[in-house]
Design a protein around this ligand. Structure first.
Ligand SMILES: [Zn+2]
Length: 114
């Protein structure tokens, strides 16, 4: 369990988290400020999924409406995925992530959720 700051908020990161039903790698609770992530995935998948949830939070907090007012609006997930993937590539390939944070992500994402 780790806390990350997104905007003015402390967001709890639960990794590895075991979903009752395995139908997602990660989810964010925008009101409770919690991101839960399934373990057992390669670090790039974990980072991309984390950035995906962070983008949801940024969009929600800023009421940016980048992807429409409704997070479930058609195309929302695909656009957020595309941005998360692009950011993952730039951050990893250019070693722009704090090594301690990257090491924590590698270690925790390697753990299988129970
Ligand atoms: Zn999403």
């Amino acid at each position: 369990m780790k806390t990350i700051k997104i905007g003015a908020h402390n967001v709890t990161l639960k990794l590895p988290y075991s979903f009752p039903k395995q139908d997602a790698i990660a989810m964010v609770d925008l009101d409770k400020k919690v991101i839960v992530m399934e373990g057992g995935y390669p670090v790039a998948v974990t980072l991309s999924s984390l950035l995906h949830e962070i983008l949801h939070m940024i969009d929600y907090q800023g009421a940016l409406g980048l992807w429409g007012r409704d997070v479930d609006e058609a195309g929302t997930e695909e656009k957020i995925d595309a941005l998360a993937e692009a950011l993952t590539q730039v951050l990893i390939d250019n070693k722009m992530i704090n090594p301690n944070f990257m090491a924590m992500l590698k270690r925790e994402s390697a753990k299988k959720s129970k």
